[in-house]
Design a binder for this molecule. Structure first.
Ligand code: OGA
Ligand code: MN
Length: 291
């Protein structure tokens, strides 16, 4: 197995491993540590069945079954389908997943560790792939905050709400998403997390805020919270913290949701098919693994 860093703020490529085969403990530990260190790992040229993706993903923690998700692999609800393909008049997957800066599951009491995607069909135009997934480095974003703000926010918390991203998509993207039902809202009530987390794999502080779900800094006045969140959102998405994954069919892409935020670039058309299968891994085991 070979790990090649991208040379940018995030990202490494892992070659010489077949993810359809069981991982031994040493390889697993190496990959998990690499994920903490590089934030985003890509494994080119994989050939997986949905069940292989699930088996690989569940090494890293408990798998989430999305509350709002109707697009599941038949018989394997932990594997979700992301796609803009419509078959017999029916979408085969969620067409607009992640199309704005966010962190997966920051709205959940148990937050997400890694999201693992397997690219089956990737749109291309003029010899270039479309639908990049972009990331920002939250270790670097924390490090470069003004000292006074680090001190001020050190013991503060942010309220995160699933409905914020959902409603933004409905408003701004002419989405076909219906409003969340009361049952869906009750299943994911707003939660509080510290503004800064200590990353369980690197031991370093990260900024745990994101434009998609962060609603309010609880220990500040409303106006102060608005102003500070606007500053944090601007700060954390600066180009110098960014890295983009340029998809190829056969890629497995995994990212660390504790140390990065991400955005799915929607630069392809409805007639340019994209098909990805995904498993969402929660951060139950990785925090336990710390120390
Ligand atoms: C997600 C997500 C990005 C992509 O599934 O949570 O953000 O590029 N997807 O599909
Ligand atoms: Mn996402």
């Amino acid at each position: 197995m070979r790990i090649t860093r991208s040379g940018q703020t995030l990202g490494a490529r892992i070659e010489g491993i077949d993810l359809s085969q069981p991982l031994d403990d040493t390889t697993f530990a190496t990959l998990q540590q690499a994920l903490g260190e590089h934030g985003v790992l890509s494994y080119p040229h994989q050939q997986l069945q949905a069940i292989d993706l699930k088996r690989f993903a569940e090494r890293f923690g408990t798998l989430e079954v999305n509350v709002a998700n109707s697009y599941q692999e038949p018989g394997i609800p932990e594997v979700m389908v992301l796609s803009n393909i419509v078959r017999d008049g029916k979408p085969i997957g969620l067409a607009d997943a992640g199309q704005s800066w966010h962190t997966d599951m920051s709205y959940s009491r148990t937050i997400a560790f890694t999201n693992i995607l397997y690219g089956i069909q990737i749109p291309r135009r003029d010899g270039r792939s479309l639908g990049n997934t972009e990331f920002c480095n939250m270790h670097a974003a924390y490090d470069e905050l003004p000292d006074a703000l680090k001190t001020r926010l050190a013991s503060m918390t942010i309220t995160h709400d699933f409905n914020k991203f959902w409603e933004m998509m409905r408003r701004e993207r002419n989405s076909t998403r219906p409003p969340l039902t009361d049952a869906q809202r009750a299943a994911k009530p707003p939660v509080r997390h510290p503004v800064f987390l200590t990353h369980p794999l690197t031991g370093r502080k990260v900024l745990y805020a994101n434009p998609g779900y962060a609603m309010r800094i609880n220990e500040m006045s409303e106006a102060d919270s608005e102003r500070t969140l606007a500053f944090l959102f601007e700060h954390q998405t600066q180009p110098r913290f960014r890295y983009a994954h340029d998809w190829q069919a056969g890629d497995v892409l995994m990212w660390d949701n504790i140390g990065t935020i991400h955005n799915a670039v929607a630069d392809y058309r409805a007639d340019e098919p994209r098909l990805i299968k995904r498993c969402q891994v929660m951060a139950d085991r990785v925090f336990g693994a710390a120390a």
